[in-house]
Design a protein around this ligand. Structure first.
Ligand SMILES: *Cc1c(COP(=O)(O)O)cnc(C)c1O
Length: 413
């Protein structure tokens, strides 16, 4: 997405009213602060801003988080995401959690982007890339974090002799800096923490073995994800990797909600653009899956799965209009859907429709909408598409917008 323009005061461009995501940066700061209160004083936070900060906009969110002294750096999933953070002016360390192909190593070294190390060939390729840069007078050491698989079976060396050999090799390589080592929990978000504790103890044993074998201590050891941060203080170490809780969303229904209270960051707003009265027998939307049982008033909402609003909410979800629930009728289309406003007497064209967020006493959370649509809350947030402008609030006021088509000038006067 591109920068749009600064919006004076609280004026949101009218065309954004089709559908926009409001991102409350004050809530991001609150969530960060509450998390910090819980952590050990010397444990720093690595803010996970992969997948465009779980759909919230990585550049703006990262700029906001970078100001906090206890945010020691950022983690992303891909090399491109790391480069965009640098391009946005982020100077703190950036770690790519996933695999990066060798063609990117030169650029990674130049931009101080940390890579996850779990393959022997990565080690060799990194040394090669560093050598090539050196020949051109660029003396920079690649920085890596060793990734250890203690139970995800995803990426990472096993904490066995083979893993130990790679760690030894990396620590012995002069042209390389082993800045960190990490593992990832598969089941920390469950009420039963035994699986996570098993992983933790495998990781701790491995760290001990590395130290015994090499006499070296790797400076940045980290394993906790959001669920670990909330419920497992034993996992804190030098840093924690905070993802979903930054955005005010829960890792799962099973985690305790009273330890780190969270404020949701994203709301989704649209507008009623059309109202009509229909009679009994009238079908609504593709496939005619809904037939009006009697006289009804329905409203058209100009948002759909083309925006990442799930088609799975067809006939199941609801939006909020004038503080009341308006159920979705029939199928959600690519760009529009219809809701029942029969019970909302004064509903009018131009009314705000809240797809996610609060309206009066009612609220629809991403967890709820996720549940209704069969979509996981993490996924719900990530899937909100590029077609949806992001409007950032700070101090309760609009301070920034990001959209795909900023060169559009709405007011030709
Ligand atoms: C996504 C991810 C995280 C963040 O997880 P949350 O549950 O969102 O806190 C941490 N570490 C790794 C390796 C990840 O892939």
């Amino acid at each position: 997405m591109k920068d749009a323009y600064l919006v004076p005061g609280e004026q949101i461009p009218e065309r954004y009213r089709r559908l926009y995501a409001e991102i409350n940066l004050d809530a991001v700061r609150e969530n960060l602060g509450r998390m910090k209160e819980n952590l050990a004083p010397d444990t720093s936070i690595i803010a996970v801003v992969k997948a465009d900060a779980y759909g919230h906009g990585a550049e703006v969110v990262a700029r906001e988080l970078e100001e906090a002294s206890y945010v020691s750096g950022f983690a992303v999933a891909t090399f491109e995401e790391a480069v965009s953070l640098r391009r946005a002016g982020i100077v703190k360390p950036v770690l790519v959690l996933g695999y990066v192909f060798p063609c990117c190593y030169g650029e990674a070294i130049r931009q101080d982007i940390r890579l996850a190390l779990f393959r022997e060939d990565t080690l060799k390729e990194l040394q090669k890339a560093a050598g090539l840069l050196k020949a051109r007078g660029i003396l920079k050491k690649p920085k890596v974090h060793i990734k250890v698989d203690t139970g995800m079976s995803r990426i990472g060396v096993r904490p066995d002799e083979e893993g130990l050999a790679l760690a030894q090799q990396a620590l012995a390589a002069q042209e390389l800096e082993v800045e960190g080592i990490f593992t990832h929990f598969a089941r920390a978000d469950e009420a039963d923490k035994s699986g996570a504790f098993r992983q933790l103890s495998l990781f701790q044993d491995f760290l001990k073995k590395i130290k015994e074998r090499t006499g070296r201590e790797i400076p940045l050891k980290h394993c906790a994800n959001s669920a670990g941060i909330i419920e497992m203080p034993e996992t804190y170490m030098d840093a924690v990797r905070a993802g979903i809780i930054l955005y005010g969303l829960w890792p799962s229904e099973e985690v305790r909600k009273d330890i780190v209270p969270l404020t949701p960051v994203m709301s989704l707003y649209s507008t009623i653009v059309y109202l009509k009265d229909i009679g009994p027998g009238t079908q609504v939307s593709y496939g005619g899956t809904f037939t009006a049982p009697g006289k009804m008033r329905i409203a058209t909402i100009p948002a759909g799965y083309g925006d990442g609003y799930p088609r799975g909410l067809s006939g199941k979800g609801f939006v909020l209009i004038r503080g009341k629930k308006a159920p979705i009728l029939g199928r959600v289309c690519m760009d529009q859907f219809m809701v029942d406003v029969t019970g909302i007497k004064d509903a009018a064209v131009g009314d705000r429709a809240t797809l996610i967020g609060a309206d009066g006493k009612e609220r629809i959370t991403m967890e709820q909408a996720g549940e209704l649509s069969g979509r996981f809350n993490y996924e719900f947030a990530c899937c909100i598409g590029k077609r949806v402008p992001r409007v950032y609030l700070k101090g309760g006021k609009v301070f920034y917008c990001q959209e795909d088509c900023p060169e559009f000038v709405p007011d030709i006067s």
